[in-house]
Ligand binder design. Structure first.
Ligand SMILES: Nc1nc2c(c(=O)[nH]1)N[C@H]1C(S)=C(S)[C@@H](COP(=O)(O)OP(=O)(O)OC[C@H]3O[C@@H](n4cnc5c(=O)[nH]c(N)nc54)[C@H](O)[C@@H]3O)O[C@H]1N2
Ligand SMILES: Nc1nc2c(c(=O)[nH]1)N[C@H]1C(S)=C(S)[C@@H](COP(=O)(O)OP(=O)(O)OC[C@H]3O[C@@H](n4cnc5c(=O)[nH]c(N)nc54)[C@H](O)[C@@H]3O)O[C@H]1N2
Ligand SMILES: [Mo]
Length: 667
């Protein structure tokens, strides 16, 4: 029997696509884009087109597993009853002995399905658990933009069509946000311009009018230099500044504390380039800035965002169509967060997510004895992976709910197999657009895989809190999305087709009311940034996302045959490295043997490594990254890592075995 099922991709990506699953005899044979989706417009990225190969991969685990004989021993299959009885018994045992805070519930955003909120409810019903605070993803951006605007929120992507100039600043949509690309092409077709600001000539350069290539992590200086030019040329919007901003004098003093040549030298650009960019921006009327995660990886990232936000305010491009400095949205704005049950818990404690290894080792009163992980791969994705792995190794009992045996499951005692979005009923909220997506189960669960909700409900029944977790996905969705229903959008309708969020502004701050303490846009007035210099480690490690895989979610054959990094021509010369040569890359906390690709697209002073390759397959950028936290927003400052490259003598690294998919050209 054949059928078509409307659903939505819940993976951690701004695009949140509308999907049509082609199902034959209970199997997904193909995925297509859902045509009537205003943002994703009927097509998917390569990763989602290929997603059925993950669903049916022999690498996927579809049965509960436990270690045969302690950590490090082989996995053996057990029944769900055995698995759930064991996990429930350990949970109640630990709580009895050491209280609920000796269990760490680690939840990340493997899926943006709304029901994942209920995972936290389970732990709150139990009296609480240790959780994590801080961020691996957007913390610094959120903190910086909250200081300026009162909160981080963005223009709807369709509003870019009102821009005469778009600066793509530290963001690479060709790889990471594909559905924004046609919008940017439309901006150009209508006579507008798109300029890339990136120390790497990324895939996105291919559709831009220009590329400005500052030195890595010097965007605050670039933005300050641009602000100086705008003010020197008298291109500012005086009325906006007078009526809607606070702290402008302090900002002027800040940018005047250094000369224009000094600022240009700091960001490695010549004055005419900076001047041209600034004048183009200030005169485009309106211009918008699409900010990315490239600005989000440094110790002072919140301040970088603030300096760039200041440009929008100086030019009066705030609260107007075609303007803004957009990074992302307020997520879950249409949720009733009370469903999470935070108030039900009597115990609360949170450990720093960016410092997970240290935090686990240092935790006392009580120490963490057990960990329960869902929707994340913390051993691979947290900074200083080796330390995180060591900390996991000290735990008495670890449970991971996932579909694959990741680097994190290497440190687990029990593995519970979960469904993919094609097997679940849920609602998707996106962090890159304002359309709410229905997630319909296209197929029944593969093998014995079960949803997070089912797993938690089963555990809840065994732990005497079953009533608090009971309910079908649809019933829970109605409760979670009650604020939406109050605005006239029913969950039943959302399950049928994409629905625009009725409470999302197309243009935020159009009323010029800002939830800051002054009620106005607030300028940054202080920035003390000394770039990190570390003797023996002269290069900045920049870890970016790969076009062909998402985070650490990759099958064996999608994995590069060997870990690789990219360096620019100048760095290659300086370190005497030739293309495809093997080298050791060393940071203060770890090292990897990598193939070095010499790539003229990469700027000076930096080594670029993709995020997500697996430690157990010789990769893992976070083996190198140091656990350093941003000064605002408790964000993992991955990009503060400094590294050394030491070429290994002998023949170039063999890369013939690289699978075709990993060899897709960089652009
Ligand atoms: N294919 C694919 N898509 C994804 C993901 C994925 O893993 N794969 N991950 C998803 C997630 S979770 C996120 S958060 C988003 C992130 O999406 P992006 O913001 O596009 O992410 P990045 O690759 O981190 O960084 C973008 C660009 O910033 C540049 N950059 C690095 N340092 C600096 C700097 O100091 N200054 C400037 N100006 N630029 C800099 C990098 O060279 C890179 O080209 O992507 C999402 N989409
Ligand atoms: N070096 C470096 N590291 C980085 C970054 C960087 O810039 N540099 N960026 C960071 C960013 S932006 C992000 S967002 C984080 C991402 O870090 P993580 O959130 O840990 O991301 P993933 O590696 O995708 O791990 C998610 C896991 O959840 C599983 N999963 C998917 N859906 C479900 C589900 O419904 N239920 C359950 N139980 N599991 C599910 C997947 O199979 C996968 O193993 O990584 C960060 N890591
Ligand atoms: Mo992210």
């Amino acid at each position: 029997m054949k059928k078509l099922v409307y659903t939505s991709c819940t993976l951690d990506c701004p695009d949140g696509c509308g999907v049509v699953a082609h199902v034959e005899d209970g199997k997904v044979v193909k995925l297509d884009g859902y045509a009537d989706h205003a943002f994703t417009r009927g097509y998917l990225c390569g990763k989602t087109y290929r997603y059925p190969s993950r669903v049916y991969s022999p690498e996927r685990q579809i049965h509960p597993l436990r270690r045969k004989d302690g950590r490090g021993s082989p996995w053996v299959r057990i029944t769900w009853d055995e698995a759930l009885d064991l996990v429930a018994e350990r949970i109640s045992g630990f709580i009895k002995e050491s209280g609920p805070l000796c269990i760490l519930h680690y939840q990340r955003t493997g899926s943006w399905g709304s029901t994942k909120l209920l995972n936290r409810r389970f732990w709150n019903l139990l009296g609480g658990a240790t959780t994590t605070r801080g961020s691996l993803c957007s913390g610094a951006a959120r903190a910086g933009q909250a200081m300026d605007f009162g909160l981080r929120t963005g223009h709807d992507p369709s509003d870019l069509l009102n821009s005469r100039l778009v600066l793509l600043w530290g963001r690479n949509p060709m790889a990471t946000n594909l559905h924004v690309v046609p919008i940017l092409k439309e901006v150009r077709a209508a006579g507008g311009k798109v300029v890339l600001v990136d120390p790497v000539r990324s895939e996105s350069a291919s559709f831009c009018d220009g590329h400005v290539q500052p030195v890595v992590a010097r965007d605050a200086e670039l933005a300050m230099a641009m602000a100086r030019v705008i003010l020197d040329e008298g291109l500012e919007d005086r009325e906006f500044l007078a009526r809607h901003t606070h702290g402008f004098e302090a900002f002027v003093a800040l940018i005047r504390s250094r000369s224009l040549p000094e600022l240009c030298a700091a960001c490695g650009l010549d004055e005419p380039t900076v001047r041209d960019l600034a004048v183009q921006y200030a005169t485009a009327k309106p211009a918008s800035i699409l900010l990315g995660w490239g600005l989000n990886k440094y110790q002072h990232s919140a301040e970088i965002f603030r300096c760039v936000d200041a440009l929008a305010a100086i030019c009066g491009y705030v609260g107007v169509p075609g303007g803004g400095a957009t990074h992302g949205f307020v997520q879950q704005r249409h949720f009733d967060k009370a469903v999470e049950g935070f108030g039900l818990a009597t115990h609360h404690r949170a450990l720093s997510e960016p410092m997970l290894g240290r935090a686990l080792l240092d935790a006392c009163d009580p120490p963490v004895r057990m960990m329960f992980v869902n929707g994340g791969n913390p051993v691979n994705q947290s900074p200083n992976s080796n330390l995180v792995a060591r900390a996991f190794d000290t735990l008495e009992f670890t449970v991971v709910v996932d579909a694959f045996l990741t680097d994190t499951t290497d440190y687990a005692d029990v593995f519970l197999p979960t469904t993919t979005f094609l097997e679940e009923e849920d609602v998707l909220v996106s962090w890159g657009h304002n359309i709410i997506g229905g997630v319909n189960a296209a197929i029944p669960p593969v093998g014995e895989a079960r949803s997070d909700l089912w797993i938690y409900q089963q555990l809840a029944d065994r732990l005497g809190i079953g009533a608090g977790m009971a309910g079908t996905p649809r019933e829970w969705l109605r409760r979670i999305l009650a604020p939406l229903e109050a605005r006239g959008v029913s969950v039943d309708e959302v399950m049928e087709h994409p629905v625009p969020c009725p409470i999302a502004p197309q243009v935020p701050f159009a009323d010029h009311v800002f939830p800051t303490s002054s009620g106005k846009f607030e300028f940054i007035g202080r920035l003390e940034h000394e770039p990190r210099e570390l003797e023996g480690f002269p290069l900045v490690l920049v870890t970016n996302f790969a076009k062909t895989w998402l985070l650490s979610q990759m099958l064996e054959r999608e994995h590069p045959a060997r870990a690789f990094v990219r360096i620019g021509l100048e760095t290659a010369q300086e370190f005497g490295i030739t293309d495809k040569q093997e080298a050791v890359i060393r940071s203060p906390v770890g090292q990897l043997v990598v193939e070095v690709r010499v790539d003229p697209k990469v700027g000076r002073g930096m080594v670029v490594m993709p995020v997500g390759t697996w430690m157990k397959r010789g990769g893992g950028a976070n083996v190198l990254t140091e656990d350093i936290v941003s000064n605002f927003g408790e964000m993992a400052a991955y990009g503060e890592t400094r590294v050394m490259l030491e070429p290994l003598p002998g023949a170039p690294a063999v890369s013939d075995a690289t699978p075709a998919i990993a060899r897709e050209p960089a652009e």
